[in-house]
Design a protein around this ligand. Structure first.
Ligand code: S3P
Length: 433
């Protein structure tokens, strides 16, 4: 078990580039594997989640070279070139890996099994199994719709017109990937727009796609051609530093090359509404994605009611928003975020419990929480093996009145390898316990 100690620190200063985007890295491996030709991926996230996805495709006969760190050269095998894997495909901690693979494998000519770690084995899969079954897939899950998933091959898939009951880019993407193998048209509608990386990247690989905010449409029977991919720095990883520099007096950080796709940057709007001083400079396009450098300076925060329209655009940022809310004056109210209960952990419960240990008043609701800002004390908190909760508590330690011990931090390597070292270069006082 890896525990951390995060000690109070002075101003945070410097320039950093956080690792590559996790969502884009997963998709880059998957689509490159199914394309004809060789794809070079730059800025690939060397995290356990995305490495598990690369390993899954290597196990299905795709040659993937890692000549240097954060780069992959993928020798695509074409839409019908994957081989049956020898063993169950282990997706580790990655919901994105498992759910997208469920869609993609539903259209293959071979059977396969998808497994994951303890956390992933507790996450709901009916949300992908049901629409895929309506397309003609046959997928068996453990009782309650939990992994492992057994996917039967040699099925004839048909396109569907499907309205997602929950806003989920993973579910949308699973359906679209199955749609590549389906007869006819697949049309997906979302209750709120979610990240559109699958749609953008399918287009970049030459698949005819139509999509807009909250919908996407494609038909089966086309081909993908290799294309080079540049992965921006992950906004969700940058978020810990945006909040840390905001709450520690006299701080100023420059975060380079951050992906600022509007479907990911809900936290920017919310932090600014709370009083944060964050400026985007050098805005540009890189690899078809909007990218900018973000300059963040210390600023006092006040609590707000988080507007519900930003929830889907900041779905991974609630653990760190809870820390910003604890450091703010007044109360912050979160509503409409029930999805947080089925992430890598129950993030509402884990963050509420940790914040209470840190001396903060938190009232939990089924779909959110009300957090009263206050002074954070020294404490011992449990991240419950959730990478984003662990890094959020590390930020709490920087502003607490004494050191914070954080239990169960090993999973930070799933999304942010090197977090401790990078955080310490800009002034955190983080150490292994
Ligand atoms: C992701 C979608 C989101 C997000 C996850 C990555 C993706 O999950 O929380 O970290 O890459 O598509 P949901 O689709 O469950 O909302």
């Amino acid at each position: 078990m890896t525990d951390w100690i995060s000690a109070p620190a002075g101003p945070l200063r410097g320039e950093l580039r956080v690792p590559g985007d996790k969502s884009i890295s997963h998709r880059a491996i998957m689509l490159a594997a199914l394309a004809a030709g060789t794809t070079r991926i730059k800025g690939f996230l060397e995290g356990e989640d995305t490495i598990a996805t690369a390993r899954a495709f290597a196990g299905m006969g795709v040659r993937i070279e890692a000549l240097q760190s954060s780069e992959r050269i993928v020798h695509g095998v074409g839409l019908y070139g994957l081989h049956e894997p020898d063993a169950a495909v282990d997706c580790g901690n990655a919901g994105t890996g498992l759910r997208l693979l469920a869609g993609l494998l539903a259209g293959q000519q071979f059977d396969s099994t998808l497994t994951g770690d303890e956390s992933l084995s507790r996450r709901p899969m009916r949300r992908v199994i049901d629409p895929l079954a309506r397309m003609g897939a046959k997928i068996y899950a453990r009782e309650g719709g939990l992994p492992p998933l057994q996917i039967c091959g040699k099925r004839t898939l048909c396109g569907i017109d499907y309205a997602l009951p929950v806003a989920s880019a993973q579910v949308k993407s699973a359906i679209l990937l199955a749609g590549l193998y389906a007869r006819g048209e697949t049309f997906v509608h979302e209750p709120h727009p979610t990240r559109d990386y699958t749609e953008r990247m399918l287009s970049a690989f030459g698949w005819p796609m139509e999509f807009g905010a909250g919908w996407a449409k494609l038909s089966g029977g086309h081909r993908m051609r290799a294309t080079d991919i540049v992965v921006p720095a992950d906004f969700s990883s940058a978020a810990f530093f945006l909040v840390a520099a905001t709450v520690v007096p006299d701080s100023e950080l420059l975060l380079r090359d951050v992906g600022v796709n509007p479907r990911r940057t809900g936290l920017l709007h919310v932090l600014r509404a709370m009083g944060a001083d964050i400026r985007a400079t050098n805005a540009r396009e890189s690899g078809g994605e909007p990218v900018a450098d973000l300059i963040v300076r210390h600023a006092p925060l006040h609590g707000i009611d988080v507007p519900i329209e930003h929830v889907a655009d900041m779905i991974d940022e609630f653990p760190i928003l809870f820390i910003a809310a604890a450091a703010a004056q007044g109360s912050t109210r979160v509503l409409g975020a029930a999805e947080l209960r089925v992430k890598e952990s129950d993030r509402i419960a884990v963050m509420a419990q940790g914040l209470r240990a840190l001396g903060i008043d938190v009232a939990e609701t089924p779909d959110g929480a009300v957090i009263e800002g206050g002074e954070l004390t020294r404490a011992e908190v449990d991240s419950a093996g959730d990478h984003r909760c662990a890094m959020s508590f590390a930020v709490a330690g920087v502003i607490a009145r004494g050191p914070v011990r954080i239990r169960d931090c090993a999973n930070v390597a799933t999304s942010f390898p090197g977090f401790v070292e990078l955080a310490n270069t800009c002034g955190f006082g983080l150490d292994l316990a």
